[in-house]
Every structure is written in C-alpha cells, then in structure tokens.
Design a protein around this ligand. Sequence first.
Ligand SMILES: [Zn+2]
Length: 339
Amino acid sequence: MIERYSRQILFDGIGEAGQKRLLNSRAVIIGCGALGTAQAESLARAGVGRLRIVDRDFVEVSNLQRQTMFTEMDARERLPKAVACINHLAKINSDIKTEAVVADVNHSNVERLIEDCEVVIDGTDNFSTRYLINDACVKYKINWIYGAAVGSYGVTMTIRPHIGPCLRCIFEEPPPAASAPTCDTAGVIMPIISVVAAVQISEALKLLTGQTEALHRSLMQFDVWRNDWRQIRLNEPTPDCQTCGLGRYEMLEAEAGDFAVTLCGRDAVQVSPRQTTQVDLPALAERLRAAGEVKLNPYLLRLRAGDYELTLFQDGRAIIRGTDDVPTARSLYAKYIGN
Ligand SMILES: [Zn+2]
C-alpha cells in the first residue's frame, strides 16, 4: 500500500495519516458521464476506500470523446454507465470497494444513496437533480461538490451545509427548463471537463483528509476557450435560505407520482413506473420478439419498433428514443412494457 500511494503520501497536504483516512472513507458520485468518470478514476487511484457510482444511462458512441474510461466495447454492449465504470475501476485499483447503482436519482431514493457517505460529488447534467442533492445533503449535513460544464465553460462550488452557503443560498431557484444550453445543444469539449473535475477532486481529497482550511470557499468559473477564470468569494449561509436557513426540503417532499422526464435535446423520454419493480427481462424479450428487433444483456433490453427504440432496465425504467413527447412515450411504454 505504501508503494502504490507513495507519491501522494510524500505530498505534505496528505501524508501517511491523510492516506489512512482516504482508505477508510466513503464517497458517492451521482452521474457518471464526463465529470463522473473523471472523478471516479481519480478517487479510485487516490485510494478512496469505498466508492458508489450512480447513473441511469448507458454508454453510447457519442460519449467516448469526453467520457474517459469508457471504451468502444462498452458502447457496443450498451452497458449501463455505472456498471462499465466499476468494471474499469476494478482493473485500476482492486484494493477499494466499489458499488454500481443503475437508477434514476429522485426524491424516493436520494437519501438512501447519500446518507452513509462523507462526500457527495456532482457528476449530473441537470439542475433538478442538483437541487435534490442539495436538499438531501443539507438535511443530512453531508458535504457535496457541485460541478457543471457545457461548451468550454465550467463552474464548481463546494457546499458545507450550515458552515458556508448552500446551492439555494447562491441560486435561489433552478433555471427554468430549456433556458440554458446543454451538452446536447451546445456541445462540450474535453478540457473544460478536466478543469472542473480536477477542482472537484482536489476539494474531495481535502474534505476526506480533514484539510478544510485548504478549501477554496468560492464559486469558481472557467472558460478554457475565452480564457476567462473567475473566483467569487463565498461568505456565510443566507439566514432566510429556504433550504439551509428554514429547513424546507421542497425537492425531497415532492409527491410520489410518475417520473416521466423528457431528456432535453436528445429526442428521447425517460419513463419510470410509480413503484420500483424487478422486471424479468429474458421473459419480456421473448414476448417482444414479434414486435420488433430485440437485444438483451444482463442489465437491459432494447427493442427497436418502427421509428422508436425502447431501452428497458431491470427496475422498470425505460428510455424511449424517437420522440420528445411525454404522452407518446408513456403510451409506447404501456404498449410494449405495460403498466
Ligand atoms: Zn442555503
């Protein structure tokens, strides 16, 4: 163990004591795309003892330009990103324990996914999940590290509930849907991912080794194409912040309903059943053979039917491509999967 981590132990910010703390620590990465894979690889190499990787999507060829770690084979097999990620982590560092969770993070599962971890790292691509993470982390007093990147621009901030401002202290409301560019509409280049992920990982290492005085305590913004780097100092939490000031967790208290979500700009809709179930994928594959071309692996089933492609996961969740209309997607779900 000393040899593997020797260069990190030599670094006086970590040392032998810091390395021991890392090996005994637990982190969760929510969203395993470009930022998430960079975070996962670095934390695994650094020897963070337990890593949970949560993602709802599967690997596609268009991910390979920036989602380091994934390979052409992962895309061909359409592996869930969380599973592909821990497969690679096992080859990078077999000393640590990893766990893949293939799931859509929502109000019904977020608390369970974060409550046993010391730090939550944002690898998501949307604000509703970030406000949900913020609610859960403030409620459980768990540190989390916000990060986002689109085009050549990126932003990051470390949230220590009640010690510094939370996400809602800074941005009172999430931006309205379809108001901001996304990676699917504006593209994204790899170097901004590396910058944002590098700052997030450094902050995670500081938190996990107890070096809180080294945290940057700011909202950091970077643009690697326009050569603009900004740092806005953060002060105290806002006393009347709905989340950390008043203790209202609006996102956690959302009514249980259906979680049909449009995946913006991708001509796809995700449909989740009201209650998590366990689908017998091989049996369903047999039933669907007459409806179209069916492919099956241990994690998901894919049906191509006419202009649509349905990908169904074991928990009953489906991603339906070929439409951005929620009712159409729900009806295809009902037609082929049934609910
Ligand atoms: Zn707040």
